[in-house]
Design a protein around this ligand. Sequence first.
Ligand code: F6R
Length: 606
Amino acid sequence: MCGIVGYIGSRQAQDVLISGLAKLEYRGYDSAGVAIRNGTHIEVKKKAGKLANLSTLLEGAPLEGTLGIGHTRWATHGLPNDSNAHPHATEDGRIVIIHNGIIENYLTLKAGLIERGHSFKSETDSEVLAHLIEEAYSGDLYEAVRAALGQVRGAYGIVVTHVDHREIVAARTVSPLVMGVGEGEMFLASDVPALLPYTRKMVFLHDGDMVVLHDDGFRITDLAGNPVVRDIEHIDWDAEAAEKGGYDTYMLKEIYEQPTALTNTLIGRLHDETGEVNLDINLDPASFKRISIIACGTAYYAGLVGEYLIEQLARIPVEVDVASEYRYRSPLVSENTLAIVVSQSGETIDTLEALREAKKHGAKTLGVINAKGSSMTRELDDTLYIHAGPEIGVASTKAYTAQVSAMLMLALWLARARNTLTDEKAKELLHAARELPRLVEEALAPERVEAIKKVAEKYAHARDYLFLGRGVNAPTALEGALKLKEISYIHAEGYAAGEMKHGPIALIDENLPVVVIATESFLLEKTISNLQEVRARAGKVIAILSDGDTANAVHADDVLYVPRAHEMVSPIVNVVALQLLSYFTATALGKDVDKPRNLAKSVTVE
Ligand code: F6R
């Protein structure tokens, strides 16, 4: 996460930066800082904690100057203290940078820089950028930034200023960056709301774009230095629409944010060369004899996928509990138990109480959590943050896919320590995980979304729905049914496909739409048999098939194709189609998807 702002013009930069950062604090509030260029020098002020701490610091002694950059931090590398706060400057203070993202190869780069005489003031990955730019600088800031970025691997929104130049140089890959175009002034920010008070003319920078800002204009290139043309868009959103990024609802925005959320969950944690994952967890993965996963609702379904992955890959017994039941069933727990709680908010009281119960019986505890600093994180032995960004829509979407990808990384972490995976297999899975942001992006291609919308509208007046899936996608069926219930109020059941014949088959008639997740799998033939059983009873089959599977399409009333994915990561790709199916069903019925009746985002009652 992290939020970044830049300004060049005739206003006092400090005011623009602080007001912009206030709008971006949702992106992180571990520290805040600004750097302002004032003729002969650049002054940096930064402070750990919320923006209010920085504002207090600046109150007595405001910084003068009309060019500046500002940052609000969500710590990834290095503690949330003053020295790790951005901006980061070179030793002589002549180059100053802010960064949002993760530089994956920073350790290697840092070692090289130290060898060549650079000394570091922070523990962050970001500081290497300042030193690389310094090393490459010979009078042209843009060229120096370009040369530095040529050496880094990872995600970045970076904004740079140099004492000798009245200009700002910025670039992005993965991390968002939007440029505001004013009259004799230019702006940059991680998100539109930070710029709305100043301009409505904006340019959304794309991955691999670099930009140089001057008082009266800008120049965009790609990382190779070739000129790039981007449209200036007029943003007529009101404040609420701006927070929804132009989407009709938070839920839709969050569905579309999934490629970025997944990148943020996975980045810096997968090591392709060795087949290892680096999760920075202070627990010994080889010491556990049993895993207990505890969560509620959608997070519980992420836990069920986790059970499948951990047992398959790490060959260790896993049980998954609904948190509200866990503490009342006298669970068998010992010091060899690792209790993993999964929670977007980190505040759900059932999960928090279950965590306390597991701890009381001596389990080691690990959280898969989105909300930083939430109640659970204060009680857990360690936390694996999913970094999905704020999830406002009540129905969980991006947190779910990020949680499942975190479960895959945990399965790999355990498997490597227990020697249950060959290097080859580990690398194959790492590769599959790396592909996820791209595959989910593909799953959101306009023609697929349009096809899903059509199917949703066709069946929007159904009274009930059934969702079926097998193996690692059995929980996908449960999650699909939950999403539909929550936001469209259509009664829906999710079942393991093989279980249908043991009861739910009695429900099937010509009015029942049955969503069958039948993507590539060693169980595909069996799933297709279940699909035939639905057909034979006149049920309406909506098949979720892998791209190119025309053979099985003939058995279905409607087909929704999804990108082909490794079976172990397929739940993340497949669920996107189900999220959209629920979404368009609910909107066809005129429901308020962001605030479904009777539900709350964070459930703090038992
Ligand atoms: C469903 C949904 C809920 C939550 C559940 C747990 O869309 O959002 O089922 O998953 O209330 O919430 P967290 O993850 O915050 O503990």
